[in-house]
Ligand binder design. Structure first.
Ligand code: MN
Length: 432
C-alpha cells in the first residue's frame, strides 16, 4: 500500500539522502547489519539513509516511540518479524528523519548515525537456507534451446516455479573476491573428465528476497498471505561454472557448479519501499495454462510483479589499469519473470516445507526478450560462440581472472522518488 512514507516531496535532515543520485533517499530506508570500524562498539542493525546508517537500539527506538522489533538490540540480529511490525517501524523512522522534524529528532538520533564509509557491512541475516529458482521464461528458453533446440522448455515449466536448493554457507557480500573453482570438466566427450580450474566461469543477474516470517513445518503459505512473509529484496550474483555444470547436472541438477560462491548486495529493500513499483504478474500467452489454484490470486495477478531495473557491468583488469569505465553487458527487468516472488514462496512451502526468517530465495537469471536483456554470459555469447567486444579491445566469452562484475538495481516511476538496491560486485581471482 502506498502511504505518506512514499511521498516524493519528503526530504531528510540527513543531507546526503536528498542527493537526486542516491539509491537511499528517505523513501527507501533499507535494512542492514554493520560494525562501525571507527568505534569500539559491536555489530548493530540499522537502516541506510543517504551515505549514513542509522543504528537502531532499544533506547533510540523507545525515544521515537516505536518498539525495537528484533528482540534485544545488543544481539544485532534481524529476527522473525511481521510486515505490520516493519511497517510501523518504517513510518516512525520516516517521520523522525524528515527535514521538518529535525528540531525534535536530530539530537536523539545523531549519536547513532554512522558514516557508511566507516562501517564494515555484514550479512543482513544469518541465512539458514538458500533456494534458487529459474523463473525467467526468456532465460529458460534461451538456455534450453542451446541444449534441446526442438524442445527448449520442459513440459513442467509453465506449471511449476522450477527451483533447486542452493548452499547458504558460501553466500558472500558485495566486494568480496571470488576464487575461480576447480571441478570436473568433460568438454572433450572422447576422453574421460579432467579436474581443472573452470574455463567457462559465468555470472547470473538475479533478484533475491528474504523470508521475514517463517511457517511451521507442515503448514503451507497461501498465495494470499505470501507477501506478508517476505521481508525485502537484494541483488544476487549466482556465479556459475558452465563447464562443471554441463557435466554434473544430470540427473539431479546444479551442485558444485554453483555452490562455490554466491554474492549478494547487503542492503535489504523492504516490500513496503517497493510498493510504488509493483506491477501485474507476467501476462501469459493465450495458449499457456493458467497457474494452478494454489498459485493463483487476484491480488497476485494485478500487483504481484515487480518493476525493478537490473544492470550488469564488467571491468577487466586491463580496463581498470587504463581507467576505462565498467562496460554495460545487459539491462533487464524483474517484470519479465514468468512467476512472481509470491508464487515462488507459496510453491516452496506448498508441501509443508518450513521456511525460516532469514532464508534467501532468488528468482534465477533475469533475462528479457531482447539480446541486450540477457542476464548471463552463457546467453549473451551463446555458449561462447559469439564473444563480446569490450572497449579495451578485449573479447569475452566467459570470465577471466581479474574481471569484476558489478550489478545494480533501481526503481523509477513518474510521481515517485527513485530508489536503488545498491551494488553487488565481485572480482574473479585465480584458482589455486
Ligand atoms: Mn541461478
Amino acid at each position: 500500500m502506498i502511504n505518506e512514507t512514499h511521498d516524493a516531496n519528503l526530504k531528510s535532515w540527513v543531507e546526503s539522502a536528498n542527493d537526486p543520485n542516491t539509491d537511499f533517499p528517505i523513501q527507501n530506508l533499507p535494512f542492514c547489519r554493520a560494525i562501525d570500524e571507527s568505534g569500539s562498539e559491536g555489530p548493530f542493525v540499522g537502516v541506510v539513509i543517504g551515505d549514513k546508517i542509522l543504528e537502531l537500539t532499544d533506547e533510540n527506538c523507545a525515544a521515537i516511540d516505536v518498539v525495537y522489533p528484533f528482540g534485544d538490540s545488543d544481539d544485532a540480529v534481524i529476527r522473525d518479524c511481521s510486515s505490520k511490525t516493519l511497517s510501523d517501524l518504517r513510518r516512525t523512522l520516516s517521520n523522525a528523519l524528515r527535514a521538518e522534524n529535525e528540531g525534535t529528532f536530530r539530537e536523539i538520533l545523531a549519536f547513532d548515525l554512522h558514516d557508511r564509509a566507516e562501517c564494515q557491512i555484514l550479512h543482513p541475516f544469518l541465512i539458514g537456507d538458500y533456494t534458487d529458482f529459474y523463473c525467467s521464461i526468456y532465460h529458460a528458453t534461451n538456455v534450453g534451446s542451446m541444449f534441446r533446440p526442438d524442445n527448449p522448455l520442459m513440459p513442467n515449466y509453465k506449471y511449476i516455479p522450477i527451483g533447486y536448493h542452493g548452499r547458504a554457507s558460501s553466500i558472500v557480500l558485495s566486494g568480496e573476491d571470488v576464487k575461480r573453482p576447480h571441478g570436473q570438466n568433460r568438454s572433450d566427450a572422447e576422453k574421460p573428465p579432467i579436474f581443472v580450474p573452470s574455463r567457462n566461469l559465468d555470472y547470473e543477474m538475479e533478484l533475491g528476497f528474504f523470508v521475514g516470517q517463517g511457517n511451521e513445518l507442515g503448514q503451507p503459505i497461501p498465495i494470499s498471505a505470501a507477501e506478508a512473509h517476505i521481508f525485502g529484496v537484494c541483488l544476487v550474483n549466482d556465479w556459475s561454472a558452465r563447464d562443471i555444470q554441463g557435466w554434473e547436472y544430470q540427473p539431479l541438477g546444479p551442485f558444485l557448479a554453483k555452490n562455490f560462491a554466491t554474492t549478494i548486495s547487503p542492503f535489504v529493500v523492504t516490500m513496503e519501499a517497493l510498493a510504488p513499483f509493483r506491477t501485474n504478474a507476467f501476462e501469459r500467452a493465450a495458449a499457456d495454462p493458467q497457474p494452478l489454484d494454489y498459485l493463483a490470486d487476484e491480488n497476485n495477478k494485478k500487483f504481484g510483479g515487480l518493476d525493478i531495473n537490473l544492470e550488469v557491468y564488467i571491468q577487466t583488469e586491463k580496463m581498470r589499469d587504463a581507467n576505462i569505465d565498467p562496460f554495460c553487458l545487459s539491462r533487464s527487468n524483474t517484470k519479465d519473470l514468468y512467476w512472481t516472488i509470491g508464487q515462488m514462496l507459496t510453491h516452496h512451502a506448498s508441501n509443508g516445507c518450513n521456511l525460516q526468517a532469514g532464508d534467501l530465495l532468488a528468482t534465477g537469471t533475469v533475462s528479457g526478450k531482447e539480446k541486450s536483456e540477457r542476464g548471463c554470459l552463457l546467453e549473451l555469447t551463446w555458449r561462447g560462440k559469439d564473444p563480446i567486444d569490450l572497449p579495451s579491445g578485449e573479447q569475452r566469452r566467459f570470465l577471466e581472472d581479474g574481471d569484476e562484475i558489478i550489478m545494480k538495481g533501481f526503481c523509477e516511476r513518474e510521481g515517485f522518488r527513485r530508489i536503488g538496491l545498491g551494488e553487488c560486485r565481485g572480482r574473479i581471482t585465480p584458482a589455486d
